[in-house]
Design a protein around this ligand. Structure first.
Ligand code: ARG
Length: 457
């Protein structure tokens, strides 16, 4: 079989070279986008009188028939034709004869591959936005159930102040909201169209780039042909957004793992999302959140890989750039898998409100509220802080919690204490009192849930 570019060569390609340089085993993922781009291109060639109508019709019919076969899994691609672009062109020529060879008029694989990747990433960006929303919905549903479930809030992983569990979950809702916003914003740049830049310099044919850009749903052509075929910053941006998103997923996963441990016992993941140990029968392992946390490394790796790949490349296309695809595909697959699992896992997790409550009652996380109590009565906060430090130390020595001390004991530390201190120290009251905007006070959490729902609809 002859190569599409065989004319200049006197010898067949070394077999190892053929295998080494081929990308068909991964870029066949772009088959449908490649055909979509070719159809827009050939219609434009017809409209601009570069090809006649009969040629255009035959090429389009040929492409449609290959598209059907691809969808049905009826084509075999070959390493010999190197990549998806030449494989499809070869199939087209087999299907409709030499006229198929006219498809490549006025374009190059360089603008073609860039166009395919823009199309692919646009589709996947929309799909990921949907999946992120699925996770957000699970978070809002759980938050709604657990506005009044309280647990210790932590800083330095030390119990700090009690918070609403709904509030804690909604923190992740807003992280995912910003991830979604970044994905949406990136569409502005994904929607630049490289097609018609040709190899690097444009083409002598009187093509209409606006027409192909419109047909493919892009906002406008790249204004510079060299940029159009050299740039991969739309992929870098996707990998950056993905890295941030998997960081959020990883932190949430880490909390699920901690909360599910014997030490915390705040939540229990559904059996359907856990696995057992082959040796210790008592165990129920949080494999899914662990893997979600673990997958973070490969996405960061893909980002670093592509940044490194591009940093020293002269304009325009270099074969190095063929290495831009696998990291992108893997990142898409990894995130699709992660988000698809995270949504039902969150929805089905059992929240152990009783355990959370006892963690809050059996600690000193209401200490700040005594300081606030004295400060409201006129004592400067710094002095109040000092008084409370002493009360906490006294309580620890007496093996008591703050609610166990008597009013007499409190009065030993400051005459400002009255009987209403006990109400102030009640954990529910402690949470409810934090009613500043965006705080964990129940009324604020309810407001936040409404706002979150508006962002979803
Ligand atoms: N398979 C190639 C890639 O993915 C397509 C572009 C090839 N262009 C070239 N001038 N060899 O990068």
């Amino acid at each position: 079989m002859t190569k599409l570019w065989g004319g200049r060569f006197t010898k067949p390609t070394n077999q190892l070279v053929e295998e080494y340089t081929s990308s068909i085993h991964f870029d066949q993922k772009l088959a449908l986008q490649d055909i979509q781009g070719s159809i827009a291109h050939v219609e434009m060639l017809g409209a601009c009188d570069i090809l006649d109508n009969i040629e255009v019709t035959r090429i389009k019919e040929g492409l449609r028939s290959i598209e059907e076969k691809v969808k049905n899994g009826d084509v075999t691609f070959s390493v010999e034709h190197e990549d998806i672009h030449m494989n499809i062109e070869k199939l087209l020529i087999e299907e409709i004869g030499p006229v198929g060879g006219k498809l490549h008029t006025g374009r190059s694989r360089n603008d073609q591959v860039a166009t395919d990747m823009h199309l692919y990433l646009r589709e996947k960006t929309y799909a990921l936005i949907e999946l992120v929303e699925g996770v957000q919905r699970s978070l809002v549903d759980q938050a709604e159930e657990h506005v009044k479930t309280i647990l210790p809030g932590y800083t330095h992983l030390q119990r700090a102040q009690p918070v609403s569990f709904g509030h804690h979950l909604l923190a992740y809702f807003w992280m995912f909201e910003r991830d979604k916003e970044r994905l949406r914003d990136s569409l502005k740049r994904i929607n630049w169209c490289p097609l018609g830049a040709a190899a690097l310099a444009g083409t002598p044919y009187p093509i209409d780039r606006k027409m192909t850009a419109d047909a493919l749903g892009f906002d406008h052509p790249y204004p510079n042909s060299l940029d159009a075929v050299s740039d991969r910053d739309f992929i870098l941006e996707f990998l950056s957004i993905s890295s941030i998103m998997i960081t959020h997923i990883s932190r949430l996963s880490e909390e699920l793992i901690l909360w599910g441990s014997q030490e915390f016992q705040f939540v229990e993941l559904d059996d359907a999302f856990c696995t057992g140990s082959s040796i210790m029968p008592q165990k129920k392992n949080p494999d899914v959140p662990e893997l979600l946390r673990g997958k973070t490394g490969r996405i960061y790796g893909h980002l670093m890989g592509l940044l490194t790949l591009l940093k020293g490349l002269p304009l325009a296309y270099n074969k190095d750039m063929q290495e831009d695809k696998e990291g992108m595909f893997d990142t898409v697959d990894t995130l699709e898998g992660a988000l698809s699992l995270l949504a039902p896992m969150l929805a089905s997790m059992e929240v152990k409100a009783g355990q959370m409550k006892s963690a809050v009652t059996e600690d000193y996380s209401n200490a700040t509220d005594i300081a606030d109590y004295l400060a409201v009565k006129g004592l400067p906060f710094r002095e109040a802080h000092e008084v409370i430090g002493k009360i906490v130390l006294y309580s620890i020595q007496k093996e008591k919690y703050l609610l166990d001390l008597s009013l007499e004991e409190y009065k030993e530390f400051s005459p400002l204490f009255e009987a209403d201190i006990f109400e102030k120290l009640n954990p529910n009251q402690v949470v409810a009192a934090r009613n500043s905007e965006g705080g964990t006070g129940f009324a604020q959490v309810e407001k936040q849930i409404q706002l979150a729902k508006e962002h979803l609809s």
